[in-house]
Design a protein around this ligand. Structure first.
Ligand code: PLP
Length: 383
């Protein structure tokens, strides 16, 4: 029998062991970690909504009105007004006829792909797709094909060979992200849509890092590129820019009903706390409002400022990878920033990213000040 101590020692010696960081204050740009006050460049709370007074107020109000928990799965007796209102808003914002809300993004990916696909179907994923999408694909027992990151030529080859021999009634779906979670770059959505249409297949786009960051109303890269109506499944999380928690799929009404009947992470799981959904709805409405536009402008001003300081091309999103290579060096730099400069910029290593592409994953938010960003830049320059 394997001993866990041996497995942990192996991870440690490969600089791949992870440790939970005890955070002792709310998720803010300056926060307390293990007794130290650090400048936070690790959070996905891109607009600073996790501690926004009106989102907290919406949470409190819904808590009073609807209670702490949902009591059961949505399908039994847990389908409460905050869930339904959130779904109505999401469908409208995404321009689809329906939406379905899950407890989080991970449950959304896993539940959706495993419900949509079965043996004989094919899922074609971008190589850098999030673990939750890969896990959903695996669970479905469909054939999994992977194209190199954003490589349209290879994607088309896979579409050709798949659709040539696809059994009748089988489903083929392309899965990609709008903004990639570890590289912060964006996908060529318009070109992928052209291919999806040419080969008559489905498309799922995960907007986990696009929501709140892109689009006139902050609804993501698909809104920014004006291609929302060509996407079959809009996926996202309400735990990043929206600052709360939850996951969603916006899609057609029949697909929504199919998911509600087949997605096991939806069916066999207690519905999200109603107050969580109410707070997420308040966050989406804020993202849609003038205040949301201002927060998005501040976020992009921060992204521009950091790109200027580092004399790099303008970053494509709030996620800025600081490439290192080997895990030990990435970890050493992250530790140095933390202990000498009080900056949290975590090292991201295998298996989250491919081997030998370890990096610091720096995230900027609208809540950072110019001074915060200058401090980050000077610390990196001195390290
Ligand atoms: C974070 C993330 C998810 C999972 O969302 P959670 O709500 O955190 O479970 C899914 N996809 C991508 C691309 C993500 O970055």
């Amino acid at each position: 029998m394997r001993h866990p101590e041996d497995e942990l020692a192996e991870l440690e010696s490969a600089s791949l062991k992870r440790n939970l960081r005890p955070v002792d204050s709310p998720q803010l740009p300056h926060f307390k970690v293990n007794g130290e006050t650090l400048l936070n460049f690790a959070s996905n709370d891109y607009l600073g909504l996790a501690n926004h007074p009106s989102i907290k107020a919406a949470y409190q109000e819904a808590l009073e009105q609807w209670g702490a928990g949902s009591g059961s799965s949505r399908l039994i007796c847990g389908s409460l007004p905050p869930h339904r209102e959130l779904e109505t808003f999401l469908a409208e914002a995404k321009g689809t006829s329906a939406a379905l809300v899950f407890s989080n993004g991970y449950a959304t990916s896993v539940g959706t792909l495993s419900a949509l696909l079965q043996k004989g179907d094919t899922v074609i994923l971008d190589k850098l797709s999030h673990a939750s999408l890969i896990d959903g694909a695996r669970l479905s027992r469909a054939t999994i094909r992977v194209f190199p990151h954003n490589d349209l030529t290879k994607l088309e080859k896979l579409l050709q060979s798949t659709t040539e021999k696809a059994p009748p009634h089988s489903r083929t779906i392309i899965v990609t992200e709008s903004v990639f979670s570890m590289d912060g770059d964006i996908s060529p959505l318009a070109e992928i849509i052209a291919l999806k249409q040419k080969y008559g297949v489905l498309l799922l786009v995960d907007e986990a890092h696009g929501l709140g960051v892109y689009g006139k109303n902050g609804m993501g890269l698909s809104e920014h590129l004006d291609c929302s109506s060509d996407i079959d499944f809009h996926m996202g999380t309400l735990g990043k820019s929206a600052g709360v928690a939850g996951g969603y799929i916006a899609c057609s009404q029949p697909y929504r009903e199919l998911l509600a009947n087949r997605a096991r992470s939806f069916i066999y799981s207690t519905a999200p706390p109603p107050a969580q959904s109410a707070a997420a709805l308040a966050a989406l409405k804020l993202i849609h409002s003038d205040e949301g536009t201002q927060l998005r402008e501040k976020l992009w001003a921060n992204i521009r400022y950091f790109s200027e300081l580092t004399q790099s091309p303008l970053a494509s999103s709030a996620i800025i990878p600081w490439h290192i290579g080997d895990s030990a060096s990435a970890l050493a730099l992250s530790n140095k920033l933390q202990h000498e400069y009080s900056i949290l910029a975590p090292a991201v290593r295998y298996p989250t990213v491919p081997r030998n592409t370890a990096r610091l994953r720096i995230t900027l938010t609208a809540a950072h000040s110019n001074d915060d960003i200058k401090q980050l830049y000077h610390s990196l320059a001195a390290s």
